[in-house]
Each structure stands twice: as structure tokens, then as C-alpha cells.
Design a protein around this ligand. Sequence first.
Ligand SMILES: *Cc1c(COP(=O)(O)O)cnc(C)c1O
Length: 347
Amino acid sequence: MSARLLVDLDAFARNLHVVRAAVAPATHMLVVKDDAYAHGLVPIVGRAWAEGVRWFGAFDIPTALLVRDALGSEARIFVWLLNGPDDLAAAVEADLDLGIGDRALLDELSSAVRPARVHLKIDTGLHRNGIRPEEWGSAVARAAELADDGRLRLEGVWSHIAEASDADDDAARALFDAARRDLDRAGLRAPLAHFAASAAAFARPEFRDDLVRVGAFAYGIAPAGGPDAAALGVEQIASLVAPVRATDGVHAVLGIGSQDGLPSSLAGLISVATPAGARRITRIDADRTLVEGWPTMSVGEEIRVLGAGGLHAMTDAAERIGTIGEELALRVSPLIERVYAGVRPLR
Ligand SMILES: *Cc1c(COP(=O)(O)O)cnc(C)c1O
């Protein structure tokens, strides 16, 4: 066996139920961008569907089309990276829910072949993507025209927040509420409001609205500097496992390294789970990792390097090198095989 990322879909299902209970009566939109945070898109959405998840946050069109293909026409699939008319046409064609955060993009909908499902995004301070408050009035007016023309069906109003400080999030919330009042005044009702991602969905009940867009916690990845997964009631679903490739009497050598996604700066800072117990990583090169040895070490023994069943959750290891759990999860090379437990047949 070579190195692999074990993904426990039963643990994932438990997390989904924890998220659902925590955010109820709001609905959980499972965020699956970046290949479901590198866990592998299709097995993840398949199991989520089997567990009753109906909303998926895909981010981009290629991801959304894969989800549509896997789950069929009833899945609601939200995309928010839309670069121009081709993306819009593809999104309308696939009956996606479009997160529109660009006033100019609305005009492109005037030639939509059927009503586009639109969620208008107000920029509440992140300045990543979102209609700026000063353009909001004009965007609302344009959306109302497009709705009258049968080119747009307003499904939602949304924003994204930093979740770094309560004060900033409260300021963002005030802008969001003002934007919703503008919609009401224009007689344009958005059936769904969504504002919170993982951290705020758990910590700020008043931010849950109708939908919450939760990725990280569903995969058991805790926030940096916040409560750990156990305190949140979720569990890490992935485990990076590597066999001992060689021994030199002093070290066990694992055949994965920084090119596979283990940052070399972790050397000296984390330990791995060996058959003999915890052993420190002493060095990480491009294609190998040295671990303190043990008397009976032998080639082929399985070592839990990171994540479930190991000594460090992704977030815990990430914090030691000044990054976040998602970042470490996403680094695991796509060339490392994903192996699943608990796959459910699709459709
Ligand atoms: C990534 C993302 C989320 C999910 O965030 P988590 O912290 O992983 O739950 C939600 N909304 C948007 C717009 C995102 O880009």
C-alpha cells in the first residue's frame, strides 16, 4: 500500500447531522468548493445527498456541473464565481443558483433563455466580490426589471463575512439588513437570506437566516484559534496514512514529503501515530519524511500522519505553522489516492 487519504464518510454523515441540528431551522448548504476541501467531490456529495442534504455550494461552474451530473435535477447548486456571459449561459442551462455579486453581470441576464435563479450579493466589507452598497439601489432596480421581463427569478440575498471579530461581523450584518430593506421597498422579495459560514453558523444564532453555507465544520475542520472539533461536536473525517518505506536504524522513513502536501516547516513540531506510539517527525524533504524510530519498526507498517486517528487534527498542525486547517487539508496532493469508507450508491 502506498500513502493515501482515508475519508470516513460515516463520520462525515455524523457531522452533517450535527451541523443540521446546530443550525435548525435554517437549512444547511454544504460547501464543496476545491474538490470538497480536497476530500473528493463525488463521494462527498453522494453521501451528503443520501443524508438529506439538498443544497450544495459549488463556487465555480465546473464543480457545479459535476454535482449536477452526480445528483440530478433536484439538487440546488449554488455558484458564485461567474466570469461573464459564457459562465452565465452555462449556469442557466444547468439550472444552477447564481450568486451575483457584480452589478454589470446583471445586465448580461437580459438575454437569458429562461429565468435565472439569482441570489444577489451585497458586499458587507470583505471587498472580495459583492455589489457595493452605493450600487445596491441600482442593482435592485435592474433586478426588478429583469424579473418583470421573465429573465430573473430572485431566490436569495446573501453576503459573506470574515468571522474574525464579532464587531466586524455586526457591522457587516447592519449593511446586510439595510440591503434587505431596500429589496423590500422595491417590492422584490428574496425568499432566502444567507449570511453565515461555519463559524458564525455555530456561534451566532441571529446570523443563521434561512440557509447557512457550511463547509469546514462538515469535514470536521475546526477554526483556527477557536473551539476544537470535539467542542463543536464534529470529528475530522480524513486521515493521511503512509507506510514506512525504509528504516535506517534511527529513523523510519515515510515515502511522502512536502511535494505531497506535508509542509516541511512541520518537522520538529508534530508527532505521528506509529504502532509503538507517538513519534516525532524530525525532517520533511520533498519526497520523504523522517520519523524517530522504534525498536521493532519495519517496512510496511502503517503510520497515521495527520487527521483522524493521528495525533494532530489538521487545524492543530496548521496552527503550529501559522496557517489554518483548510489550507493544510487542501495541500494534500491530488496524486495521493483517496480511499473511502461508507460510500453510498448514487441515485
Ligand atoms: C468557503 C465559503 C464558505 C464556507 O466556509 P467554511 O468556513 O468552510 O464553512 C461559505 N461561503 C462562501 C462564500 C465561501 O467562499
